[in-house]
Ligand binder design. Structure first.
Ligand SMILES: [Ca+2]
Length: 438
């Protein structure tokens, strides 16, 4: 069994990211998490879920019969790579002995849907162990992180939190040969275009001399180094912070990787001093229809409605903010700022962003969330979410499709149903809501 890596992210989260990639947000996230390591296995979470229908492709079948077809594909790929400026000598070096990796495809196909709620994800993402390891990392790399913060304007606790979730502070950086993984995934039919572009980018990195082919290792899905950059993100955003002439995110020294993560956030608009989000307490009679990403007010305007910290303080005016209820009206309520969207550029799953944000707060000495989670609830299965969508649509609350994904249309339909039923219209689909519709 291959060694695993990863932050606390799971197959389901990965699947949701892949989904995001193929829809509205293109190839943005540089983090390609995965995770099966035992230590973090309990972190499975489903945030936005998608159907996991994974066709068995020709490429998949190749695994049993050797890799002749893969080798033929590699031959044709060489020509395409050379047309894009990859030298024959680079290809000789990087592709020598590369074989099809059936394990990678197995992992790609096994991204089964997990139905774990956000609080279980956060239990692991912001566990006491991770907080204490993070504080140790902060102390150990204090000087470097301070210089990175000064240069890029990203707080050292935020950079450290990314490091903590991506690779448990460098502990699980992955040992899969990146070229082999990417070539296998590019040969495979499921997302060939995306992975061939990543493979070309990986070859450009090798050609530029940032890392030797043998040392270019990472996750099975091609994410590399301490902060799990995909090759295209590396090319665009990685930096040589220690000044040795190479952008080295693979070595034991995390300097370049940490600075690269900060550079990435800075490039996407990180505002130093602005919170990612702040826990709030909603007043009695709060109009839950306001709890949506596209409705922003200044904290002072929220305060005028009684939206305050759990201890009753008004939140300073850091900029426009939305109210996010990651587990509906019975869980933690957050006031989120533009920096939330910046972390989303790293990985678009709400649970991930909240995990990064909350871990960074804890590393800075902040308190755990004051509000509890509805831990008695279980997350709806894929089949149950489809059933809910079907029943809502039949009842006149159109979800604009029955795909098992809880997107804005489904949330709006849930809200409308809740309003009609005199329930708290938090838009959050629960089992009891489904049962009510049956
Ligand atoms: Ca360097």
């Amino acid at each position: 069994m291959r060694k695993c890596i990863g932050g606390v992210m799971t197959a389901a989260l990965w699947a949701s990211i892949v989904q995001a990639d193929t829809t509205d947000k293109s190839i943005r996230p540089l983090a390609r998490p995965l995770v099966d390591n035992v230590q973090l296995a309990s972190a499975d979470v489903t945030v936005s879920v998608r159907p996991v229908l994974r066709p068995i492709t020709e490429a998949h079948r190749v695994s049993a019969g050797g890799n002749a077809r893969f080798q033929a594909w590699l031959g044709a790929f060489r020509a395409r790579a050379q047309a894009q400026g990859i030298l024959g000598s680079t290809l000789d070096r990087a592709l020598a002995g590369v074989t099809y990796d059936s394990d990678v495809i197995k992992r790609d196909r096994n991204q089964a849907e997990f139905s774990k709620p956000i609080w279980e994800y956060l239990d692991s993402a912001v566990s006491d162990t991770r907080v204490s390891n993070g504080r140790a990392g902060l102390a150990q790399h204090q000087d470097t992180l301070t210089r990175i913060e000064a240069q890029y304007g990203v707080e050292k606790e935020v950079v450290t939190a990314i490091w903590g979730l991506e690779t448990a502070f460098g502990t699980y950086r992955g040992s899969d040969q990146t070229i082999r993984s990417l070539a296998t995934l590019a040969f495979d039919g499921r997302r060939s275009r995306f992975f061939e572009a990543q493979l070309i980018a990986a070859l450009q990195i090798i050609q530029a001399g940032d890392v030797g082919a043998a040392n270019m290792v990472g996750s099975w899905a091609g994410a590399m180094g301490h902060t799990q950059f995909m090759p295209t993100s590396f090319l665009e955003h990685a930096v040589d912070f220690d000044g040795d002439g190479r952008r080295d995110i693979w070595s034991d020294d995390p300097t370049d990787a940490l600075a690269s993560a900060a550079a990435y956030l800075a490039r996407h608009g990180w505002k130093q001093g602005q919170p990612w989000g702040v826990e709030v307490r909603l007043p009695q009679g709060f109009d839950y229809a306001q709890a949506r990403r596209d409705h922003t007010l200044l904290p002072s305007e929220w305060a005028a409605q009684g939206v305050l910290t759990p201890s009753g303080q008004a939140i300073p005016d850091h900029g426009p903010a939305a109210i996010l209820l990651p587990a509906g009206g019975r869980g933690v309520a957050l006031m989120i700022f533009d920096n939330f969207k910046v972390i989303e550029k790293y990985n678009g799953a709400d649970a991930y962003v909240i995990g990064i944000g909350h871990l960074s707060d804890r590393l800075a000495g902040g308190a755990p969330f004051q509000t509890g989670w509805p831990r008695g609830d279980r997350v709806l299965s894929f089949a149950e979410r489809k059933e809910l969508q079907r029943r809502l649509t039949q009842a006149g609350f159109d979800t604009k499709g029955i795909d098992g994904r809880t997107g804005p249309n489904t949330i709006n339909a849930v809200r409308a149903f809740q309003v009609a039923q005199g329930l708290v219209p938090d838009g959050y689909p629960t089992l009891s809501l489904l049962e009510r519709m049956r």
